[in-house]
Design a protein around this ligand. Structure first.
Ligand code: AP5
Ligand code: MG
Length: 226
């Protein structure tokens, strides 16, 4: 699976809810120059647009369950094509089920491409609860904060645009637990899937965000000759 000459260009970030996928993807975009593609952010933008589709997606996300595979794959294929991103992406939150990974593999091979790396960020359930329990997001620009580890300069307001920060609907305690259950049932099997296809680079996410970025960059470098 790993392509030596293009290593580092087509990357999938895996990990439980709250592991820091979004935080790391944003940091790595600067370090690697690869666009961040988050299906969670895409779906939240669809919710913000409203309409029947937005209302339906909101109900799914709000319940902590997953948007159906076929619909998710179509959204990703359309986006990567429209933005000409088949050669460089940092995917955050996709694929999230084995059927999504299989469909994504065929989308790539149809275009003569393959994944260069799958980075799995590990984090204990206890840490996930602490991370998501303190998360605040900007509804306007999507910036993400944390009450303890990354507070905004002015309490409750986004540093970038001053908008009032909100708690994601799926960050209520019972929703977090449901998302963790969904992760174990539907997403964790992906680790085996990708282990069989090549090497997954596992990174311990239990450290400050800068240290986790350094670990991910080291893991990507180490795997360059796979
Ligand atoms: P999505 O938005 O992808 O949610 P998720 O996977 O549950 O992950 P999160 O965004 O909650 O966590 P994260 O890992 O990005 O952590 P973050 O960096 O924010 O998906 C939402 C929903 O959309 C799904 O439930 C589903 O309904 C739908 N969906 C999306 N993709 C789908 C798909 N492929 N198929 C079907 N449905 C799909 O960090 C968390 C907090 O911790 C933040 O406050 C942050 O500041 C803080 N933090 C981060 N790193 C550190 C650190 N190292 N130290 C201290 N604090 C840290
Ligand atoms: Mg995220």
């Amino acid at each position: 699976m790993m392509a030596g000459n293009t290593s580092g260009m087509r990357i999938v970030l895996l990990g439980p809810p709250g592991a820091g996928k979004g935080t790391q993807a944003k940091k790595l975009v600067d370090a690697l120059g690869i666009p961040h593609v988050s299906t969670g952010d895409m779906f939240r933008r669809m919710v913000a647009l409203g309409g029947d589709l937005g209302v339906r997606i909101q109900a799914i996300i709000g319940s902590g369950h997953l948007v159906p595979d076929a619909e998710t794959c179509e959204v990703v294929e359309t986006f990567l094509t429209r933005e000409s991103l088949w050669d460089r992406f940092m995917l955050d939150g996709f694929p999230r089920t084995v059927p999504q990974a299989e469909t994504f593999d065929s989308m790539l091979s149809k275009r003569g491409k393959r994944l260069d790396a799958v980075v799995a960020i590990d984090l204990s359930e206890q840490n996930v609860l602490a991370r998501l329990g303190g998360r605040k997001s900007c509804p306007k620009c999507g910036s993400v904060y944390h009450d303890v580890s990354l507070p905004p300069k002015m309490a409750g307001l986004c540093d970038r645009d001053g908008a009032r920060l909100t708690v994601r609907e799926d960050d209520q305690p019972e929703k977090i637990l449901e998302r963790l259950r969904v992760y174990v049932r539907q997403t964790q099997p992906l680790l085996d899937y990708y282990e069989r296809a090549g090497s997954v680079r596992r990174v311990d996410g239990t450290a400050d965000a800068g240290e986790v970025s350094a670990r991910i960059l080291a893991a990507l470098r180490d795997g360059q000759n796979d």
